[in-house]
Design a protein. Structure first.
Length: 237
């Protein structure tokens, strides 16, 4: 029993070391000023009412595919950020009429690497997205740059940013259990996603054809990950 405990604790320390060693700045294009963001205690996903609460749809696959208009679906459980500031700047120009804000946000373990998670099935690898499960607190925002009529101002630092909480925190990296592809998607028969799938034979005639779907609901997997996040960083959400 002691040996098993040591092994589990060792895995926890390894995970913690990995997260602490990969801290990065992430960016989000926005139309709203910081005062508005702060009134909601941070960036909320469309399906959220409070920071740290799991939304009805936490499928990362659904998130990256979005709605037909290119924005998030109404029950989306993630807040989009990118590791590429130039992409955030392009978003302000193309979708916000060259008037908006670029928020600089510190990484945290609830921020999932979409490319690492979805791999070849990510339809938009060029977006370099890190999707924040459970939202982004206002004290995780390092600062913001306002853009007026295409002209960037000077970055304003957030006086409420808590470097003591986030300063050494990395991202959540790859989380294949959060991919949540549709039932019978090809990915369910491939590693690493097959580990989180359950498959049954479609019929007695179809010996080699299987129907595959997630072993748990995407909300269950999301809650599991947020429990892990809270263990690593109790004040992150």
């Amino acid at each position: 029993m002691a040996r098993q405990y040591s092994f589990v604790f060792g895995l926890f320390l390894f995970s913690l070391w990995s997260l602490l060693g990969s801290a990065v700045d992430l960016y989000r294009a926005e139309s709203r000023a910081f005062s508005t963001i702060q009134a909601s205690q941070g960036f909320l996903a469309k399906g959220q009412s409070n920071i740290g609460v799991v939304s009805p749809d936490t499928s990362l696959w659904n998130h990256v595919n979005g709605a037909d208009n290119g924005f998030s679906k109404e029950e989306d459980g993630y807040v989009s950020t990118t590791s590429d500031r130039n992409l955030a700047r392009t978003w302000v120009r193309q979708f916000l009429g060259n008037n908006g804000y670029i928020y600089r946000i510190h990484s945290a373990p609830n921020m999932i690497d979409c490319q690492a998670t979805l791999g070849k099935y990510n339809p938009y690898p060029q977006e370099k997205e890190f999707a924040a499960l459970g939202g982004i607190k206002d004290n995780q925002i390092i600062g913001w740059t306002q853009i007026k009529n295409g002209v960037e101002g000077k970055e304003q630092l957030n006086p409420f940013y808590r470097s003591n909480i986030y300063g050494n925190m990395g991202t959540g990296g790859s989380q294949p259990k959060l991919a949540a592809f549709p039932p019978n998607h090809a990915a369910w028969s491939e590693a690493p996603w097959s580990e989180f799938a359950t498959c049954t034979r479609r019929s007695a005639r179809d010996l080699f054809k299987r129907a595959c779907s997630p072993a748990k609901s995407n909300v269950e997997y999301a809650n599991e990950h947020l429990e892990y996040v809270n263990a690593l960083c109790p004040d992150c959400l």
